[in-house]
Write a protein that binds this ligand. Structure first.
Ligand code: COA
Length: 172
């Protein structure tokens, strides 16, 4: 595991970051962010959460299963879950950085609000924004769900394991 030297030249620092989301379902847009952040941090924790403002299509176990399969090729990624505040997970697991993706300016306002809210609850918790690749910038989980529900082809946006999970659930 590549450890960075401590800021003061002392003991090496193991840098981990958390990437939270509801992943309903995980898409190539999310996977791209996990891949890129895994090159920056020693460990990336993909945290499958509930968004209390959304009614999820896939059950929690189904979302976990898809995430596990979709990022299994990345060696320094762990997948886990947490119900409650993100900052509580960060505090309990000594994680200082949260990764968030920005697809368009429209994402920014809500992300800024969340970043400020998280920081005001946990002062040394930083939000790192990564720009989504242009080719993924229009993907959203709800768009994928809608296309799949009408029997459209979603292979461009999600890995085969997600396609299979839709097939199982929708019977098409
Ligand atoms: N590529 C493609 N799509 C992306 C993407 C990317 N890189 N990043 C996000 N998206 C999409 C998601 O698929 C999702 O699409 P949908 O709305 O169509 O389903 C949408 O953007 C929103 O995703 P995200 O911003 O990750 O929200 P979320 O609902 O998946 O997760 C939580 C939000 C769970 C992280 C947030 O509610 C949370 O932290 N909850 C914990 C409670 C807490 O601490 N609250 C206080 C926070 S201030």
């Amino acid at each position: 595991m590549p450890l960075k030297k401590g800021r003061t030249g002392g003991a090496p620092i193991f840098m981990k970051a958390v990437y939270p989301g509801s992943f309903d379902p995980i898409t190539y847009g999310h996977i791209d962010l996990v891949e890129r952040s895994s090159k920056i941090f020693d460990e990336v924790i993909v945290l499958v959460m509930e968004n209390v403002n959304k009614k999820h299509f896939f059950a929690h176990e189904e979302r976990m299963r898809m995430v596990r399969l979709a990022v299994s090729h990345i060696h320094n990624v762990t997948i886990t879950t947490h119900s409650g505040l993100l900052v509580d997970f960060a505090r309990e697991n000594d994680v200082k950085v949260v990764i968030r993706g920005l697809r368009a300016v429209s994402d920014f306002e809500m992300e800024l609000q969340m970043a400020h809210a998280n920081k005001s609850m946990l002062a040394d918790f930083e939000t790192l924004f990564l720009m989504t690749e242009t080719s993924n910038s229009f993907i959203s989980s709800s768009m994928v769900r809608e296309i799949a529900s009408f029997g459209g082809d979603i292979s461009k946006w999600v890995p085969p394991c997600v396609k299979g999970e839709f097939k199982r659930k929708l019977g098409k």
